[in-house]
Design a protein around this ligand. Structure first.
Ligand SMILES: [Zn+2]
Ligand SMILES: [Zn+2]
Length: 140
C-alpha cells in the first residue's frame, strides 16, 4: 500500500494532515526496516526540520490504530514499527539490521490442539514472530 493511501485513510478517520505528519507517514511507509519513533524522527527531520517528536508518536499511534503499521517485538521492548502485513501473515525480523519480511503459513494446528487439551483453554488466536539473520547479513 502506498503512502498516499495511508494519508487518505488517516484523513477519512478524522486526522488532519499537516506537512509534518505527511513526512512522518512517508518515512514509515517507505522503510523495509522496523523503525523506532526516534529513528522515524531522525529520518523525517531531514525533510522537515521543525518536526516535533510528539507529532511522530501521535502519527504512529494513529497508524497503528488503523492497522497500517504493526509493532515489532524485540527482546528489549516492542518500540519499533513496520508496515503491517496483509491478511494473516507472520513476521521475520533480522536481528542485525532490522530488515523485516513476512511469511504465510503456520502449521500450528496440532500444537494448538494439544495445548488446548492439556490446559483446558479454548485457543482463539496466536501471535508468531521469527528472529534471525537476513540474507544480506548472513553474507557479511
Ligand atoms: Zn539483516
Ligand atoms: Zn498464523
Amino acid at each position: 500500500m502506498a503512502a498516499d493511501q495511508w494519508l487518505t485513510q488517516l484523513q477519512e478517520n478524522g486526522y488532519r494532515l499537516t506537512e509534518a505528519r505527511r513526512i512522518v507517514v512517508e518515512a514509515v511507509e517507505k522503510s523495509a526496516r522496523a523503525l523506532t519513533p526516534i529513528e522515524v524522527y531522525d529520518i523525517a527531520r531531514k525533510k522537515y526540520r521543525a518536526l516535533g517528536l510528539v507529532t511522530v508518536y501521535r502519527t504512529l499511534e494513529k497508524l497503528e490504530e488503523l492497522h497500517l503499521i504493526q509493532r515489532v517485538h524485540q527482546p528489549l521492548g516492542c518500540q519499533a514499527f513496520i508496515s503491517a502485513g496483509e491478511g494473516h501473515q507472520h513476521l521475520l525480523l533480522c536481528q542485525n539490521c532490522g530488515q523485516v519480511a513476512f511469511f504465510e503459513g503456520d502449521d500450528l494446528d496440532v500444537l494448538t490442539e494439544s495445548i488446548a487439551q492439556k490446559t483446558g483453554y479454548q485457543i482463539s488466536e496466536h501471535w508468531l514472530q521469527l528472529f534471525g539473520l537476513c540474507a544480506n547479513c548472513r553474507a557479511d
